[in-house]
Design a protein around this ligand. Structure first.
Ligand SMILES: Cc1cc2nc3c(=O)[nH]c(=O)nc-3n(C[C@H](O)[C@H](O)[C@H](O)COP(=O)(O)OP(=O)(O)OC[C@H]3O[C@@H](n4cnc5c(N)ncnc54)[C@H](O)[C@@H]3O)c2cc1C
Length: 395
């Protein structure tokens, strides 16, 4: 494991910090700035701020310059994640495009796809959605039913997707549909299509989460069209493309998450000091102290795991199924830490920003943490992958 940074890496950190100091207003770093804004307005502000950051050269840190990236190293990407978390900078509005679609296009897209898709999503000109899950296909993704029938130069799509992040703001959706016979295997006959969401045959409807927000929704396809050229990978080979994409979804290094959750730990500890329990600060409760200490240890494990992964990827190693270990570790640590916060505050933790009781940002994070062990493949599914594909245990 390499824990040192080169002078070039540190220079990049200084440059990014300076840019953030000058271009990320203090008020935007605080939750109150966002609290009274409608979801659409929040999205628009973040979309524009992020496009400005891309223009300044702080996007696609690891991607080749010919496709609009910065041409940096995995370490520079980790530094970027760390600094963005430290500055409380808005997270990307285009996570599906940036984190999942772009690396997949880079890996197996045509030259034209690389040149058109990647720069546009870097500058938020196109917001991408991921249309994988269906009402009858979640963990068992290969049970998907959506059909795409070839008619001349187009596919005609009919079916439904669900839990689609950014459904209400998406411009395009990379989606899995049945284009051919299954030949006895449900993984066969699937293709990954790149579909325009601004057409009459595509209808997005919001779904409300327990936080009150509608960050995801349902997408209905009724005779929607997609040119046959708008396909990623070969026709009927979509399952392989989806598996590659999901390995990016499950993540490489979790340095950014570590940085964010370590800050969260400080706030949970502060909440424990400020919360009265039987006339004494909750932080003096020995059971709670144990739980806080356990989380600190978990966080340190996450940090060293992230450094280990970073060292591997910096040497050009392909993570493959090991990506599931990172996903498991960061999402479970996050949820456990959120559980400690709910132990500190009690059931009222669910009420965001109740004076003297809960803290708005912690409540939002605690509610969000529940979803992170589900999306991108649930923890149970990740454990099976690690057991069978990484450890080689029998089925
Ligand atoms: C916040 C959020 C955003 C999302 N965004 C998107 C998106 O943009 N696009 C998209 O396509 N999808 C998205 N999803 C959907 C997500 O990928 C699915 O929720 C996930 O794959 C689980 O599927 P499911 O919800 O149908 O649960 P199910 O598959 O029905 O699972 C229910 C429970 O059974 C367990 N289980 C299922 N199969 C097994 C097994 N073989 N072994 C052991 N346990 C098992 C699961 O772990 C889980 O606990 C999102 C989900 C969330 C929560």
């Amino acid at each position: 494991m390499d824990l040192s940074h080169s002078e070039q890496d540190e220079e990049f950190r200084r440059e990014l910090r300076t840019w953030l100091d000058q271009n990320l207003p203090q008020e935007m770093r605080r939750m109150e700035f966002w609290a009274d804004k409608a979801e659409d307005e929040q999205f628009q502000i973040r979309r524009e701020w992020e496009a400005g950051k891309a223009k300044a050269g702080f996007a696609g840190i690891q991607w080749p310059t010919e496709y609009g990236g910065r041409g940096g190293t995995p370490t520079m990407k980790a530094i970027y994640d760390q600094e963005m978390a430290l500055a409380n900078a808005p997270t990307t509005v285009n996570p599906l495009g940036l984190t999942f679609l772009a690396p997949t296009v880079m890996y197996l897209g045509t030259e034209e796809q690389k040149k058109t898709i990647i720069p546009e999503l870097l500058h938020n000109k196109t917001i991408w959605c991921q249309g994988f899950s269906e009402p009858g296909a979640g963990s068992d993704l290969a049970a998907l039913q959506m059909r795409a029938e070839k008619q001349g130069e187009e596919y005609l799509l009919n079916g439904q997707k669900i839990w689609t992040t950014n459904a209400m703001h998406g411009d395009k959706i990379f989606t899995l549909a049945r284009t051919g016979p299954s030949d006895g295997s449900k993984h066969a006959g699937i293709s990954m299509l790149l579909v325009d969401m601004h057409q009459p045959g595509v209808e997005a409807r919001p779904l409300k989460q327990m936080s009150g927000a509608s960050e995801f929704g349902e997408v209905f396809f009724t005779d929607a069209t997609c040119p046959t050229t708008e396909i990623l990978g070969a026709e009927n080979e979509g399952w392989k493309v989806a598996m590659l994409l999901l390995s990016f979804e499950r993540g490489s290094s979790a340095i950014g998450q570590y940085t964010e959750f370590r800050k969260m730990w400080d706030e949970v500890a502060a909440a424990a000091r400020d919360t009265d329990r039987d006339g004494r600060p909750a932080a003096e409760d020995p059971v709670l102290r144990q739980a806080l200490a356990k989380e600190l240890v978990e966080l340190e494990c996450l940090k060293y795991h992230s450094w280990h992964i970073l060292t591997q990827t910096s040497k050009g190693k392909d993570l493959g199924f090991e990506a599931s270990m990172t996903k498991l570790q960061w999402s479970e640590t996050f949820r456990d830490l959120a559980d400690v916060y709910s132990d500190v505050v009690g059931p009222q933790f669910q009420v965001a920003g109740k004076p003297g009781v809960s803290r708005g940002e912690l409540t939002t994070m605690a509610l969000w943490s529940r979803s992170c062990t589900i999306w991108g493949g649930s923890s149970q599914v990740q454990r099976t992958i690690v057991a069978e594909r990484v450890l080689g245990l029998p089925r």
